[in-house]
Design a binder for this molecule. Sequence first.
Ligand code: GRF
Length: 200
Amino acid sequence: MSLRVAILISGGGSNMVKLVESMTGDHPARPVLVLSNDPEAGGLARAAALGVPVAAVDHRPFGTDRAAFEAALTAPLAAVAPDLICLAGFMRILTPGFTRAWAGRMLNIHPSLLPKYKGLHTHARALEAGDAEAGCTVHEVTADLDDGPILGQARVPVLPGDTPDTLAARVLVEEHRLYPAVLRRVAEGNRARLDLASPA
Ligand code: GRF
């Protein structure tokens, strides 16, 4: 019986694609839904092309009522009964009520070496600070933003002349390696922290 994984996206879904593509063969998990808060998210078409059921709940009609938006997410999620939710480029802040309901069963990838640079604009902040390295983190989602137990990290060097975009592109390559590796470990019942070695 495979572990049922729902993936939440807001945009292009490059991390979602890597997660979906990894869940084949003897992998103990399978994707059961890709769900977006933006009906126009490019990742929805990419997920459909990979044969994964998709759904969208536009967050805009709910305004600032985050709980109402999350209640609207409950129907498409309940329809597929996921064992695990992966946030992958999902750009909405979730309420403590939602994160509590999914405690231990919801992962996120964040483009910094947490606990450094929680929140947005992580690459610009790392460059501003003159950091020698940057990277990404997969963590369990808790009520506090970008703050849950770390399940994995991957590091990249900051290079002379880097801009937020060049650094983001270098980190994204590692996100695409790290998230599938951590998902497989979690699906196998292993939550030990993974520090991904730099590619040879
Ligand atoms: C990635 O940098 C991810 O870390 C952040 O959103 C960006 C785009 O992700 N959360 P994706 O291409 O939509 O997966």
